[in-house]
Write a protein of this length. Structure first.
Length: 288
């Protein structure tokens, strides 16, 4: 299975899972008198739309290079990530606003059975987070990583709801709002996660230097090519699931232009064979 197919499957997994959970949470929250669960359902609903955006971003960013996009369409991925973050911030704002309204409004205690629903949801969302995060690392997909953190923030929201409902049930009358305070806390955590997702995507758009490990690997592979003495400058920029490389390679000054040209091609082919996540490679030959 290719990296693109793996990423797409992970996204479909998120869409189906979030749809089922949004329905379960919404019904459980409504009939169980729990706004924390309703807030959880709101987040899962926004997650569905966010996952569709991720799916679009993965498919679009992996379109082949064309005349207008010689480096491909990979930069669509971090742009989609920004939109996903927007969904997260919107859901957090709605949850916080509704929580504050409910805190000051008298209401019944949540039903005890909602704790069982939440327990199952927490386990499932943590499993979903681990699975999608693993796929994001395998595919180098920033938008899929954002989708994974949607699952983690959903799990934390559910944990907060579990704690809030447990406090309300255990302490009884007068503590009904513990459920709402839990939802408010969850909204703050979602905002914090939004920043954690946004930062790497911004780094990708700005071509920030954050690829020291990959640069070291490139230098090691380069020196294994016959005729390459060492490497000098090495610049990397991430675009979608691929890394584009500009590399200065040092060779003997006595070789011909054709030999230098052939060495550059050999080095490029070796790098792409040994490091599959590398996309475009530009080799500049430096005489020693």
């Amino acid at each position: 299975m290719s990296k693109v197919e793996s990423a797409i499957r992970a996204t479909y997994f998120s869409i189906i899972g979030n749809t089922v959970l949004a329905i379960i949470k919404g019904l459980a929250g409504f009939f169980g008198n729990s706004y924390a669960l309703v807030a959880d359902a709101i987040e899962s609903t926004t997650d569905i739309f966010a996952s569709f955006l991720v799916l679009f971003g993965i498919k679009y960013s992996n379109k082949p290079a064309d005349k207008n996009h010689p480096y491909g369409h990979g930069r669509a991925e971090p742009l989609i990530t920004f939109l996903v973050v927007g969904f997260l911030i919107t859901s957090a704002t709605i949850i916080a606003y509704e929580s504050i309204l409910h805190i000051g409004t008298p209401h019944d205690l949540p039903k005890s059975w909602t704790l069982y629903v939440l327990g199952a949801i927490i386990v499932w969302k943590e499993y979903s987070f681990q699975l999608v995060l693993k796929r994001s690392k395998e595919t180098n997909s920033s938008s899929l990583r954002a989708d994974a953190w949607h699952h983690r923030s959903d799990a934390i929201t559910s944990v907060a709801a579990f704690v809030g409902i447990a406090i309300a049930l255990f302490l009884g009358k007068g503590f009904e709002s513990a459920d709402d305070w839990a939802a408010l806390f969850a909204s703050g955590f979602i905002l914090y996660n939004s920043y954690l997702i946004f930062r790497p995507a911004l780094s990708e758009i700005m071509d920030e230097h954050v690829h020291d490990d990959l640069i070291e690997t490139i230098r090691t592979v380069s020196k294994s090519v016959d005729g390459i003495i060492t490497t000098e400058k090495c610049f990397i920029r991430k675009s979608g699931m691929k890394y584009h490389v500009d590399l200065h390679a040092i060779v003997k000054a006595t070789i011909s232009v054709k030999e230098g040209h052939d060495l550059a091609h050999q080095l490029k082919d070796t790098l792409r064979a040994e490091i599959p996540e590398i996309g475009h490679v530009l080799i500049h030959i430096e005489p020693n």
